[in-house]
Design a protein around this ligand. Structure first.
Ligand SMILES: Nc1nc2c(ncn2[C@@H]2O[C@H](COP(=O)(O)OP(=O)(O)OP(=O)(O)O)[C@@H](O)[C@H]2O)c(=O)[nH]1
Ligand SMILES: [Mg+2]
Length: 619
């Protein structure tokens, strides 16, 4: 469990952490010199009945709110610190707003420096604070007066924190591992070490992780929790992870470690976004914003349907970021404005992997099934990558199978399609084929490869549908050509006349027939048509293409093959000149004919000549 401090500068956060844990988290020389917190501080806190809680101490200075956000992200409990002598101040409110935006639901308020004020003043400040937290997540939080100087109230505070901690729900450990990195440094002999709060999942030593935004694959060489080496680390714990062979320059605050192959960096997110009530102006796509998600911070623009968001307004929007971020559905984030600098709002990611032109969309937080349905319909024929769904939907991998089953979606080769897609693909195949048959009535069917390019779905999908339709008898797939089962190639009257003429011509030409071009010229018919008719006659078995574009009558070929094989002895090996004796063809016709015989398996050619292969004669 993680506890984070919050509160205005100098209100006593770091002093109180030291009073609770004995650890001074202000370690930087500059922090000592200026007497303020600049970077995040970390300390272990023992709470009775809870165990060790990781404390993240944040700076209160208005210039370091971005650091505060990085520290507050992923905490379970907030310790809001308000100095009794000053009361509620600007960063008290801003930090409170950030806690609310980040979805922190529990905590305790400490009225520090109570030694500096009298009881009357203290009760006034207490009322002030109560009204400041009234409509937020700390509305019911106990308010405990403390002094880090006298020790007053510190034990009462510890007990209040333990009570609040007991009500915090556990985090999912049977989930994808993710840890936004908040620090990176090198330790001599160990190498690069990164620290952070584990958001989800479990990590074992020697695991392999992905590091984003670099995308590097990294190996976990050592694991520590609260300064002790451990074998595994779970969601909700502070972790120090030693990474094998990673340059320090590759990691830093803002990077994130994840396990599994569901994670993708993305530049368009969809989210439910809320603007704070006290923002000065509406926020639209022209306003430069900073998106704080996990420990990362990137430039962002907000595009909501219906224009700019007004102060206090809550609407679905798209967030377009300058640099890729790794987000998951359900992630909370904070949006800050650049001028004036300040927190303007935040929200919940509803789609971390939004298509470039997707419309903003309101997710129903309680219905993952609805989200899946929406994504499926939106993806239409391109489908969804099943591998990324645990991230896109924000669910554990083990919840996916039943969700997909319930959706009725169609799962082909790692992609998921809306149930209606199958009918759509069937319809497209049918109409594409019937158009093809109309345009090419003599063709046996459309080449499958061509069909794939025309239907506009993944090859695996079209192949699956063709396979189904072939089994169902609706399509015929023959030699790579697909046709509707009801289609048969047919000749028009004119083509029938042409076919008869053509056959007569080829019969007369015997063993030395003309090419298709020559045939077309002597018949005075279009070459394309002659080619189609000869192809059809070849499919029907009347003609044989001994070489490309040169057709023989089947009977002529049979006779030539018979002569050849009868001439060759079983053991003999023959050169072309000898074979020519058997069939009596001129050289121009002989070589293509012999090659035809090789292809058809009548003869076998090697370096020294041809042998007879089969004893059976041509049919
Ligand atoms: N009298 C009195 N002084 C306190 C108490 N707590 C803190 N201080 C003093 O207040 C000053 C600021 O305390 P810090 O603990 O550094 O305050 P902080 O909230 O951590 O400040 P930032 O991290 O810079 O926002 C220091 O000089 C502390 O000694 C307290 O309970 N009583
Ligand atoms: Mg401090």
């Amino acid at each position: 469990m993680i506890l984070g401090t919050a509160g205005h500068i100098d209100h006593g956060k770091t002093s109180l952490v030291r009073a609770l844990t004995g650890v001074d988290t202000d370690r930087l020389p500059e922090e000592k010199r200026r007497g303020i917190t600049i970077d995040l501080g970390f300390a272990p806190l023992e709470l009775e009945g809870i165990g060790t809680v990781g404390v993240v101490d944040v700076p209160g200075h208005e210039a370091f709110v971005r650091t505060m956000v990085a520290g507050a992200t992923g905490i379970d409990l907030a310790l809001l610190v308000v100095a009794a002598d000053e009361g509620v101040m600007p960063q008290t409110r801003e930090h409170l707003a950030i806690l609310r935006l980040l979805g922190v639901r529990a905590g305790v308020v400490a009225l520090t420096k109570s030694d500096l004020v009298d009881d009357e003043w203290l009760s006034l400040v207490r009322e002030d604070v109560a009204s400041a937290v009234a409509d937020g997540p700390l509305a019911d939080a106990p308010i405990v007066a403390v002094s880090s100087v006298t020790g007053r109230g510190v034990e009462e505070l510890r007990a209040a924190l333990a009570a609040a901690a007991r009500r915090v729900p556990g985090r999912a450990t049977a989930d994808l591992f993710r840890m936004p990195i908040d620090r990176a440094f090198t330790i001599r002999g160990t190498g690069t070490v990164v620290t952070g709060t584990v958001w989800s999942g479990t990590l074992r030593r020697d695991s392999t992780l992905r590091l984003f935004p670099s995308g590097d694959t990294v190996r976990v060489r050592g694991l520590q929790a609260h300064g002790h080496a451990v074998e595994r680390i779970h969601a909700g714990e502070r972790a120090a992870i030693a990474l094998a062979a990673v340059e320090l320059s590759r990691v830093g605050r803002g990077a994130v470690l994840v396990a599994g192959d569901a994670w993708r960096p993305s530049t368009v997110l969809r989210a439910d976004v809320a603007l704070l009530d006290d923002v000065a102006r509406p926020v639209g796509p022209r306003n430069q914003l900073r998106l704080h998600l996990g420990t990362s911070e990137v430039g962002a623009r907000l595009v909501a349907t219906g224009g700019a968001l007004a102060p206090g307004e809550h609407r679905p929007a798209r967030i377009i970021v300058d640099e890729p971020v790794v987000a998951r559905s359900g992630d909370r984030f904070v949006l800050r404005g650049c001028s004036p600098l300040g927190t303007v709002g935040g929200g919940v990611v509803t789609d971390p992997l939004a298509p470039q032109r997707a419309r903003a969309w309101a997710a129903r937080a309680d219905s993952v099934a609805e989200a899946l349905d929406h994504f499926l319909r939106e993806a239409a024929l391109s489908g969804l990558d099943v591998a990324e769904l645990p991230v896109r939907l924000g669910i554990a991998e083990n919840e996916l199978a039943s969700l997909i089953a319930a959706s009725g979606a169609w799962h082909v080769d790692g992609r998921l399609y809306a149930p209606s897609t199958r009918d759509q693909v069937v319809e497209r195949i049918r109409s594409t084929l019937s158009e093809y048959h109309g345009a090419h009535p003599l063709d046996p069917g459309a080449p499958r490869q061509w069909l794939r390019t025309r239907v506009g779905v993944a090859d695996s999908v079209i192949d699956a549908v063709i396979g189904e339709l072939v089994s169902a008898g609706a399509l015929v797939l023959e030699q790579g050509d697909v046709r509707l089962a009801e289609f048969t190639a047919h000749l028009s009257d004119r083509q029938r006349a042409l076919a008869a003429e053509l056959v007569a011509h080829l019969t007369a030409a015997g063993a030395e027939p003309p090419t298709v071009e020559e045939l077309a010229a002597s018949l005075g018919a279009p070459q394309a048509e002659v080619a189609s008719v000869t192809r059809l006659l070849a499919r029907q078995g009347d003609l044989v293409a001994v070489e490309a574009n040169r057709y023989f009558r089947q009977s002529t070929v049979t006779q030539l093959v018979t002569q050849l094989l009868e001439g060759m002895s079983v053991q003999g090996e023959y050169g072309p000149a000898e074979l020519r004796e058997f069939v009596g063809l001129s050289r121009k016709f002989l070589i293509p004919f012999l090659e035809y015989c090789d292809r058809e398996g009548y003869t076998l050619r090697n370096d020294t000549g041809r042998r007879r292969r089969g004893t059976e004669l041509a049919k």
